[in-house]
Ligand binder design. Structure first.
Ligand code: HEM
Ligand code: HEM
Length: 195
């Protein structure tokens, strides 16, 4: 009897080996890495390969449109309702982050959620101005071209911050968030984590 009880008692540190839990669905993961690829191709082709630039840009636009729908109708951690928080919550999270007291989130943390909104909005504006520039009515119009260029540079800065945030959060919570965006799986939420 005593042996059975002992055998059922989880060994110390058992939650460290608990099986990973599914967080990002396949659609989110395919969306993310396809967006990274189309963004990179659009950047590289911007000056010299006009056709390729337009194709990559349209692909990015289609991905953003899909993500907006998936943010309303997707699985739990894909939904905007799950990760878009009030500015006050984002600021409080950043303060806690700076003092090393921030909680671990199973989905996007509040700052990550704000960054995702900023990335999607900037991408939408970038694709819209790019498309406008190809129309008869707006071709050659300076503000359209300038806004397109400005948004492209803004996005580069945002992506830099985004990747920095991902790396810092990975280090802080000792988990590889880039791998999680590939496999979809993360360490399950512990007692102090927010799921
Ligand atoms: C190689 C560079 C990149 C890496 C390593 C990377 C990594 C990641 C990771 C790990 C997440 C999940 C963050 C979390 O755990 O909360 C994420 C989310 C996201 N990233 Fe990136 N990212 C990269 C480039 C980009 C680029 C270039 C864009 C857009 C132009 C982008 C847009 C997004 C978006 C929109 C999300 C939210 C995913 C969703 O919920 O649909 N990322 N990224
Ligand atoms: C991820 C999306 C995109 C990125 C990163 C991007 C980036 C850029 C950059 C950096 C330039 C060079 C700006 C300059 O030096 O003048 C450019 C030019 C241009 N882009 Fe995009 N773009 C994107 C999407 C689009 C889309 C969707 C379209 C149209 C459907 C488009 C159409 C154009 C056109 C026509 C130009 C040439 C403007 C000129 O003649 O200088 N772009 N883009």
């Amino acid at each position: 009897m005593a042996t059975t009880t002992l055998a059922r008692t989880p060994p110390p540190g058992a939650d460290a080996v608990a099986p990973p839990t599914r967080v990002w669905d396949l659609a989110v993961r395919l969306f993310h890495w396809s967006l990274v690829a189309s963004f990179a191709v659009a950047w590289i082709s911007a000056e010299e390969w006009q056709d390729l630039h337009l194709w990559a840009g349209y692909a990015a636009a289609a991905l953003v449109a899909f993500r907006l729908v998936w943010g309303l109708a997707g699985t739990r951690y894909a939904r905007f309702r799950q990760f878009v928080r009030r500015p006050r919550v984002v600021v409080a999270y950043l303060r806690e982050f700076l003092s090393g007291r921030e909680a671990r989130y199973l989905g996007h943390n509040p700052a990550g959620g704000a960054m995702i909104l900023a990335l999607l909005l900037a991408l939408a504006g970038l694709c819209l101005t790019g498309w406008l520039y190809t129309t008869d009515a707006y071709w050659g119009v300076e503000w359209v071209e300038e806004t397109h260029e400005l948004l492209a540079n803004l996005l580069l800065a945002l992506v830099g911050l985004h990747v920095l945030g991902v790396l810092l959060a990975s280090l802080r919570h000792r988990e590889n968030l880039v791998r999680a965006m590939v496999t979809g799986r993360k360490r399950p939420a512990g007692p102090d984590d927010l799921a």
